[in-house]
Ligand binder design. Structure first.
Ligand SMILES: *Cc1c(COP(=O)(O)O)cnc(C)c1O
Length: 423
């Protein structure tokens, strides 16, 4: 199946007489005839459902669709994008370990790594997305467990050279984890460029209607943990909390990572998606490819308008000719990037705030990437915990306005920007 077909067909094929749309299994628990039946599930000897904190059939159908869209071998939903990134890293790195991350990442992820995960004893080194292979290599330590980056960084909109990061990560014997939230699998499938694990905040385009917070983790099944059994001992040696199961032996390279994340991390942290939200995510997936095309068309028209507007100091959109990431976008995002454009208004911070106050169609929201046009001034909102130096390190200048183009008519969006700039 091609990607547009996968959006509506993958993950669920009802049998004779079964519901056409995925059912919502709104149940905490599943019933068994004997204790032995249930015991097999607890021991991971049989697959099935017993408690929705670990797995739920609705969530699994939706995870299977996202998995197929990304071209992975296994996937899981989480309650948020934050939980997805935390689990993806914590599944292979614990106290005493080290992780390398691109500096150009979502503010919430930066905080998670730089503050909260450091408190858990995990050390991070941040490298520029423009770092050379030598510079990335130099950031490695003997205890490095993973490399992390975002395909298109939120809100800096930097495009990551995935192949460069994958090459160094693999040379050094660790996986590359890519947060693919902004392009979605419609516009980029990081596994095709060597990434090993993909994460999503489904809250953004995948849901696409601002209806539910959620996340997903997808495994490519390609990283061979067993080549480094000591480095990835959690996957390659018996898990005493599961009667000595060794994930790579029992579930193979295609299933080990997600099974461990479900059996240990979801069991213990409980960051589950609700089946109701999973249902909404699925509705979003069904129109994802159509919506991404429109988001990207609108963003391109807005970016071109801004580029030719004398009240604007700078515009960042990787598909604009002359953009620093234009060549990377041609390679990694040939069919489109995302619907988010960032720019600076002449007059800096104060002008930016005045401009935003006078927008009528575009609303001011922390949210991004859904059907309704919205905008945000990160320096005074999502990124306000970061110091000026940290802001600059994330590629967020104090005057940056993140403008998320919705599904409206582009002319209406542009007219709204024009009238606000006039004021
Ligand atoms: C929003 C976002 C997250 C966090 O996701 P939540 O669903 O809000 O927890 C992570 N990564 C990126 C790129 C995001 O845009």
């Amino acid at each position: 199946m091609r990607i547009d077909t996968k959006c509506v067909q993958s993950g669920y094929s009802p049998k004779n007489g079964e519901p056409r749309q995925i059912p919502i299994y709104q149940s905490t628990t599943f019933k068994y005839d004997t204790s032995e039946d249930m015991g097999k599930l607890f021991d991971l000897e049989a697959s099935g459902y017993f408690y929705s904190r670990l797995q739920n059939p609705t969530n699994d159908l939706v995870a299977a669709r996202i998995c197929d869209l990304e071209g992975g071998t296994a996937a899981m939903l989480t309650s948020s994008g934050q939980a997805a990134n935390f689990f993806a890293i914590f599944n292979i790195a614990s106290c005493g370990d080290h992780v390398i991350s691109s500096t150009s990442i979502y503010g919430g992820t930066f905080n998670l790594f730089n503050v909260t995960m450091r408190k858990m004893g995990i050390d991070f080194t941040f490298v520029s997305p423009d770092a050379t292979e030598e510079e990335i290599r130099a950031a490695f330590k003997p205890n490095t467990k993973a490399v992390f980056g975002e395909t298109i960084a939120n809100p800096a909109l930097k495009v990551l050279d995935i192949e460069k990061f994958a090459k160094v990560a693999h040379e050094m014997g660790v996986p590359l984890i890519i947060d693919n939230t902004f392009p979605t699998p419609i516009n980029c499938r990081p596994f095709e460029f060597g990434a090993d694990i993909v994460t999503h905040s489904t809250t953004k385009y995948i849901d696409g209607h601002a209806s539910g917070v959620g996340g997903a983790i997808v495994d490519s099944g390609k990283f061979d943990w067993t080549k480094y059994p000591e480095r990835f001992a959690g996957l390659c040696t018996p898990d005493e909390s599961y009667h000595g199961v060794t994930y790579t032996e029992r579930f193979g390279l295609e299933g080990a990572f997600i099974t461990k994340a479900t059996a240990q991390l979801m069991r213990d942290f409980g960051a589950i998606q609700s089946p109701q939200n999973a249902y909404y995510i699925n509705l979003g997936l069904e129109s994802l490819s159509l919506r991404m095309k429109r988001h990207c068309e609108n963003a391109m028209k807005v970016a071109q308008f801004l580029k030719n507007c004398d009240k604007i100091t700078w515009v960042k959109y990787c598909e604009l000719e002359g953009d620093e990431d234009f060549e990377l976008a041609k390679k990694y995002l040939p069919n489109g990037s995302c619907g988010v454009v960032s720019f600076g208004v002449k007059g800096g911070r104060t002008a930016a705030e005045k401009f935003m106050k006078n927008l009528k169609l575009a609303s001011i929201e922390t949210h991004v990437a859904d059907s309704k046009t919205c905008c945000l001034h990160p320096a005074s909102a999502t990124h306000r915990q970061l110091s000026d130096d940290e802001l600059v390190a994330c590629g967020v200048s104090p005057d940056l306005i993140r403008f998320s183009c919705g599904l409206e008519d582009a002319e209406d969006i542009i007219e709204d920007i024009k009238q606000a700039l006039e004021v």
